[in-house]
Design a binder for this molecule. Structure first.
Ligand code: MLC
Ligand code: AMP
Length: 511
């Protein structure tokens, strides 16, 4: 009996090969594949000793570190389900995830343990902590302390391909987040496909600057590296100085478009710096064609743009060897079926016309955690998942994402659902109603703007509203600006005309 995901990711690894270089302020650290086996075994023992059983959820909201990545592998190894959470989420957001997923253990940042103690008690979740490793003498949380004392031997728990490996929450158009259930097969099939498609080998060194609580940094970047027996340079986040410093030692990088526009804004980022690089991948948000073109002019490299989703992992990609076309997301990946349908009838439409993109394949998730109705709503009877992205297929077969039928803002690669912010703004004193839109933002692609209408006899102050929602939702979701209008534009059916608002305020964040 095997553990489908863990054994496939690590089954062929050379124990002596380097897995990670972790630059530090005082000294750098290095992980071999043997260390990966040992440390993941230690944490798997710790989790099992805490009573974590196969199928149990392990919720994790910790700063990025190599040990946090080991906790992911340990959870899979113990047969449990990894549930990573954005470090920007506030306690009130976290309480929803803990209540909905009922994890056995919640591992948080040691600096936030106090904030979460009573919540964990109320929900009967065991609270543990994990910060960033310093040295053997300095405690950086209970998980690391326990890991140091645990054995490096662990009998990996058998799991089948249809068993869950992870749950990742994605926001919903109705305001409440849904947990996308990802099976071992979902994650494995995508990793296998991408290693092949993007030609990753053991000689690759991936510069890792993405967060590890989302599909892009956790699965796409990490699983591919493990599967290929390659290595990573693990940065705590994106910082242009660090990226520029470490690019000469890397062969590949994955990023959201903001990474690339920020690099292009830095004169040190030039042809010489990236001469030896093999691959730059972009995704999670649309890469402007002009960024793609400027990037090639500056570096001689063509960014490889791909398209994916939390629910589906990666669906399409520009080719590795063929032409990487600016403004397109390439072709369906091997084994992945993509079709474009008429939103109203669900019928497939001819190439060149715009419709909703639907996808079917081994990469597509198993449904939303404990939400059978939502799951049914988003799948067709023949198993295609309705992504909510509007797309068309060109004559040459390249797919273009042209918009979204879902009311969603993507800011710096993070998804923000307007409904969630509108519900909160509507509760603020003096607010009659609100509309939240995304408008062009020079750094994040799109930025959030809240449009408010005051109740009769009330006035609304931008600063007051912004400060009163500060602790309720993650900072990246909070509007960059609040605008007050006398009334919201509506069509004859009474629906708020967000297109009109987006047009009116299109320059608000760029000027
Ligand atoms: C940070 N801020 C943002 C933001 N990130 N605001 C809007 N959108 C964002 N994405 C705000 C902070 O709240 C803060 O506000 C200020 O900007 C500076 O914060 P920071 O932490 O210093 O920002 P920085 O480290 O520069 O982060 C920007 C970033 C980061 C682009 C590097 O957002 C990032 O790593 N994004 C990647 C997201 C990602 O991995 N997505 C993949 C999803 S998976 P203030 O006001 O307090 O100063 C997926 C599937 C797929 O979508 O296809 O891949
Ligand atoms: P998430 O739910 O965070 O996984 O975000 C997935 C969404 O990001 C998709 O439904 C798309 O709307 C968007 N997305 C991902 N990659 C691309 C891309 N290359 N171009 C345009 N949109 C993208």
């Amino acid at each position: 009996m095997t553990n489908v995901l863990f054994d496939s990711l690590l089954g062929k690894a050379d124990p002596a090969a380097q897995f990670a270089h972790i630059p530090g302020e005082d000294n750098d650290r290095y992980y071999t594949y043997q260390d990966v086996m040992d440390v993941s075994a230690r944490f798997a023992n710790v989790l099992t000793n805490m009573g974590v059983q196969p199928g149990d959820r392990v919720a994790v909201q910790v700063p990025k570190s190599i040990e946090a990545l080991m906790l992911y592998l340990a959870t899979v190894r113990a047969g449990a389900v990894f549930l990573p959470l954005n470090t920007a989420y506030t306690a009130s957001e976290i309480s929803y995830f803990l209540e909905n997923a009922s994890p056995t253990v919640f591992v948080c940042d040691p600096n936030r343990a106090e904030e979460y103690t009573s919540l964990a008690q109320d929900l009967d979740v065991r609270l543990e902590t994990m910060g960033v490793w310093q040295n053997e003498e300095t405690s950086a949380g209970t998980m690391l302390d326990a890991g140091l004392k645990a054995s490096t031997t662990f009998e990996t728990v058998a799991r089948e391909g249809s068993d869950l490996g992870a749950i990742l929450y994605t926001s919903g158009t109705t305001g409440r987040s849904k947990g996308a259930m990802l099976t071992h097969d979902n994650l494995l099939s995508n990793a296998e496909t991408l290693v092949d498609y993007w030609k990753f080998t053991k000689d690759d060194v991936l510069l890792h600057a993405l967060p590890i609580f989302h599909t892009h940094g956790l699965f796409v970047a990490t699983n591919i590296v493990l599967m290929a027996g390659a290595s990573i340079i693990m940065l705590p986040g994106f910082n242009a100085d660090d990226v520029i410093h470490h690019l000469p030692k890397s062969t590949s990088m994955m990023g959201v478009p903001t990474f690339y526009t920020r690099l292009l804004g830095d004169t040190r980022f030039d042809k010489e710096l990236v001469r030896h690089m093999r691959l730059f991948v972009s995704g999670s948000a649309p890469l402007l064609a002009e960024t793609h073109i400027e990037f090639e002019e500056r570096t001689g490299h063509r960014i490889l743009e791909r398209y994916g989703m939390t629910e589906t992992n990666m669906n399409t990609s520009n080719p590795y060897d063929g032409e990487r076309k600016a403004g397109t997301v390439g072709f369906p990946l091997p084994g992945v079926e993509v079709r474009i349908v008429d939103p109203a009838s669900g019928e497939e439409i001819p190439d060149g016309e715009i419709g909703i993109l639907e996808v079917r394949g081994p990469n597509v998730f198993a449904g939303y955690w404990q939400m059978p109705d939502k799951t049914r709503e988003e799948f067709r009877d023949d198993g295609f998942f309705i992504t909510g992205d509007m797309a068309s297929v060109g004559k040459d077969g390249y797919i273009q994402i042209v918009g979204r039928s879902k009311d969603l803002i993507i800011s710096g690669g993070y998804n923000i659902y307007p409904k969630e912010i509108e519900l909160l703004l509507d509760e603020q004193p003096g607010v009659l109603e609100s509309a939240v839109i995304g408008v062009p933002h020079p750094d994040f692609g799109e930025g959030v703007v809240g449009i408010l209408v005051a109740k009769p006899g009330n006035t609304i102050n931008e600063e007051t509203v912004l400060s009163s929602i500060r602790d309720d939702i993650a900072r990246f979701k909070q509007p960059k600006r609040i605008i007050v209008m006398d009334e919201l534009p509506r069509n004859t059916m009474g629906k708020v005309q967000k297109n009109q608002l987006r047009e009116t305020y299109k320059d608000l964040l760029t000027t």
